[in-house]
Design a protein around this ligand. Structure first.
Ligand code: ATP
Length: 239
């Protein structure tokens, strides 16, 4: 494993009782990159992402993050090494305010000056949250809730951000805004692993993508190559 690799996954398998959801997935995320997992509903994308953080069912295989073998680590230890997940459906604390949700993202940190800087940066990236800081998270629109979920993850000061379906259910203008933000976060030096059913969004944001079907990687390549692949166009881009 070289230090130019952020995340490396080998022979990942995930089972839920008798169901095999992921059946031997290999993937690599180079430092500095945005990499996407695309595929249809139920293909196993969320299971891959959750297993990387040791949150999914019964998983096996090797996961190495910035040179550390995290395969058997607890999720909080993995967060401590600099990985953060924005889960599907956002999973905010609905009755807590926006400010409290953001603070929860920094729960493992003690560096209060840096926490304040990161909070300022989140509000710079998502100015719409500034006037909502004292409102309960559940009172926000879907797009604003997604901003809080991404902001909360950024409050852990991650080196790698895992984003699970960040644009699902959002209006096109908000999808564009989330996309712009993901680019900005990546430019700030955060690596990104993106799960998307919206392959068009994913291939625009990522430099490289894996196509997952029925728990396996069935295709992989640069986004440019995949965008022009007939099978990807027919199955995932609606062309
Ligand atoms: P989606 O876009 O709908 O989230 P996905 O590609 O992320 O789909 P997964 O959510 O990883 O796919 O699901 C892969 C398979 O595992 C599916 O057959 C799903 O029904 C099954 N599965 C996922 N989570 C569980 C669970 N907790 N218990 C049992 N089966 C599960």
């Amino acid at each position: 494993m070289t230090t130019t690799t952020s995340l490396s996954v080998r022979d990942l398998r995930v089972r839920y009782g008798g169901v095999t959801a992921v059946d031997g997935v290999n993937l690599d995320l180079p430092r500095g990159a945005v990499v996407a997992l695309i595929g249809s509903n139920g293909a196993g994308k969320t299971s891959v992402m959750n297993a990387v953080m040791n949150l999914a069912g019964d998983s096996s295989g090797t996961r190495v993050f910035n040179g550390n073998d995290i395969s058997k680590m607890r999720t909080d230890q993995i967060v401590g090494l600099g990985m953060a997940l924005v889960p599907e459906g956002r999973r905010l604390f609905p009755y807590m305010t926006v400010a409290e949700n953001l603070t929860m993202g920094a729960y493992l940190r003690r560096d209060s000056a840096a926490i304040q800087r990161d909070r300022d940066r989140v509000l710079e990236v998502f100015p719409a949250l500034r006037e909502k800081l004292n409102q309960p998270a559940m009172s926000l629109s879907g797009g604003q809730q997604q901003m809080v979920a991404i902001g909360r993850a950024l409050m852990s000061s991650p080196r790698l951000l895992l984003l699970d379906e960040p644009t699902i259910g959002l209006a096109p203008a908000v999808v564009d805004l989330i996309g712009t933000t993901i680019r900005a976060i990546n430019r700030d030096g955060v690596d990104v692993l993106l799960v998307e059913q919206n392959a068009s969004v994913a291939l625009d944001l990522a430099s490289y993508a894996y196509v997952i079907d029925d728990g396996n990687v069935v295709m992989q390549g640069s986004s440019e190559t995949l965008k022009h692949d007939n099978r990807v166009q027919a199955a995932y881009l609606g062309l």
